[in-house]
Each structure stands twice: as C-alpha cells, then as structure tokens.
Design a protein around this ligand. Structure first.
Ligand code: ZEM
Length: 297
C-alpha cells in the first residue's frame, strides 16, 4: 500500500550505490531530448541551469538560500523571472523523484547537474548527499541571481555574496559552453558555442577569437559573432574580456582546457554545496561518481 511504501522509504538508508542508480537514471533521461526534438538533443543544459539556480541564491552573510531546501519548488521563487523555463527541468526530475522517493529535491537537482556535466564530457564534479527538503517560508527573495544585462560590479556583488572570487566567477561562467538562450524564457536568443551539448572551453576561445558586435534587433541587448551571426554573448559574458581581472583568467581558460576543467569542477562542487550545514552531509568527503561510460569499463 501507499502507507507501506512511505514507511519503507522513511526507513531506507541509501548508500553511494543507490545515488549512482539515480545518477544513471538521470543520464538516461538526458538523451530522451533528442526523440522529443528538444533544443540541441539533450536535457543536460537545462538541468545544469536548474542545479545552478537552486544553489546560486546563497547569501553568506545571512546563511540563507543555496541548494539545501530546494525552495524553487514553491511560489513565488518558481515564478522569479530568472527561473523562467526551469519548470521543464523540474518536471523531468519529478519523474525520477517518483522512482526514487527517498532522495531529497536538493540532492536530486544537484545530482542532475553533476550527471549532466559529466555525461556531456565535462570533468568529474565531486558530490555528496545530505540536502533536506525545506518549506516555502525558506524561499529566497527575488534578485539573488545575476542579471545578464548588467556589468562587472553587478557580477562581483552577486558572486561575492555567494563567497566566490574573480577567478571562480570566470571559471563558473564557462558553463555557457552549454545550452542556449530562449526568447520565451529570458528574452535573449541563441547558443554561445557550436557544440552546446558538449563541455569544452570553446566559450572562452570564442570570446577572444570572434569579433563580437551588438545585435540589431528588438530584443534585449546581446552580442553576436560578426562572422556567422549564429552565436551570442550576454553583456555579462562580454564583461569577462572587458574587465582586466576577469580577462586574465578568461585568457588562461581559453588557452588551457585542462586548467579550466580543474577550476570549473572545484567551483561547481562548491556552488552545489552552498547553504548546506556540514552536519547534514552523509559523508565527510564528496564522492566521485563514475560516468556511465566509466561504469561499463
Ligand atoms: Zn547561465 N544563463 N548565467 N549560468 N546558464 C542562461 C542559460 C544557461 C546568466 C544568465 O543570465 C543566463 C551561469 C551564470 C550566469 C547556464 C549555466 C550557468 C540564460 C538563458 C541566461 C539569460 C536562459 C534561457 O533563455 O533559457 C548570468 C547573467 C550568469 C552570470 C555569470 C552559471 C554560473 C552556470 C552554471 C554553472 C546554462 C547551462 C544555461 C543554458 C540553459 C539551457 O536551457 O540551455
């Protein structure tokens, strides 16, 4: 009965192997996008964005926000402008939650971000379980996530509030190698790279190697590459080659994908743990979860 399975779920103590089962289920779902004709053939990018938006609300001064309580399940946080479109990702994860009811939403969403990044060819992202489901009263106020129309000061205000430094801001921004902007979500349009479902340092290379010009259109201010006019950069992306301190790191990452992988992995692992009290972790150190390919070896 339902009561029995709820009891079974409550008494069940999952191990790392159980979380790997969830990881593998998410990995299967990533590819279902191609049958559905969704975007570029993977749900990976939108799942990375869900994990990031559920974590990036953290405020180090008050200790509020972050991935712990998965408060994006609740209104008004679900309806914050920055979260437009993420109902797609939450809906996909609802299917997984039904199959693995013992996992918390915060663990599920961040594990989905890890699975997406690793399965799309990115570095391993150390991850561990321990987030708990919270309540609507723990939802964060609007305005904690970055606004793409703004400049370097804004980026610093937002990311310093989470506890990150300039190098980490640049490393994290490289996630825009993935996915695209959607007119009906953010108002912006188009992908950043030619390979939006593979993790590469192309975002940094393109920032330096292409000529970026303001797009002439009726949408929000964004840049397009002069040559093909098929790629885009947000004002906040372009800041990474305009601001002297940001530019130094962006150049390094454009020249050295291994360096970016290493720094990106570390920064993303930190991002996904924001707001979780250390007493909640089920393991003293994060785990390295093997990719589905590595599990076959
Ligand atoms: Zn994003 N991001 N982001 N980002 N982001 C979008 C899409 C994606 C900013 C931003 O305003 C936008 C980080 C940082 C920042 C991803 C991951 C990460 C979109 C387009 C916008 C407007 C949304 C749409 O229309 O669908 C800004 C201003 C940022 C400040 C630096 C960080 C950090 C990320 C992860 C670590 C990803 C993967 C996408 C693509 C989503 C998709 O559906 O394809």
């Amino acid at each position: 009965s339902g009561a029995q399975s709820a009891k079974a779920a409550a008494n069940f103590v999952p191990t790392k192997e159980d979380y790997i089962k969830v990881y593998n289920r998410i990995a299967e779902i990533l590819d279902e996008a191609s049958d559905k004709g969704y975007d570029d053939g993977s749900y990976g990018p939108v799942l990375v964005r869900l994990a990031w938006h559920s974590s990036g609300t953290y405020d180090k001064e008050s200790g509020t926000g972050g991935s712990n309580y998965a408060t994006m399940r609740f209104e008004p946080e679900a309806l914050h402008g920055a979260n437009a479109g993420l109902q797609v990702a939450r809906g996909l994860m609802e299917v997984v939650k039904k199959e693995f009811p013992w996992i918390s939403y915060g663990d599920l969403w961040t594990l989905a971000g890890v699975a997406a990044l690793q399965e799309m060819g990115g570095p391993h992202i150390p991850w561990r379980a321990g987030r708990i489901d919270g309540f609507a009263t723990q939802a964060t106020p609007d305005g904690r996530l970055p606004d793409a129309t703004q400049g370097a000061d804004h980026l610093r205000n937002i990311f310093y509030r989470m506890g990150f430094n300039d190098q980490e801001i640049v490393a994290l921004s490289g996630a825009h190698a993935l996915g695209r902007c959607h007119r009906d979500r953010s108002g912006f349009d188009g992908p950043w790279t030619f390979s939006p479902i593979t993790v590469t340092n192309d975002y940094f290379k393109l920032l330096f190697d292409e000529s970026w010009v303001w797009k002439k259109w009726d949408g929000p201010k964004q840049l397009e590459d002069k040559k093909t006019k098929s790629l885009m950069m947000l004002p906040t992306d372009y800041v990474l080659v305009q601001d002297k301190s940001f530019k130094k790191y962006a150049k390094q990452y454009a020249q050295d994908q291994d360096l970016w992988f290493k720094d990106f992995s570390k920064a993303v692992a930190t991002l996904f743990e924001l707001g979780v009290p250390s007493t909640q972790w089920v393991a003293s150190e994060p785990w390295i979860i093997p990719t589905t390919d590595e599990q076959k070896e």
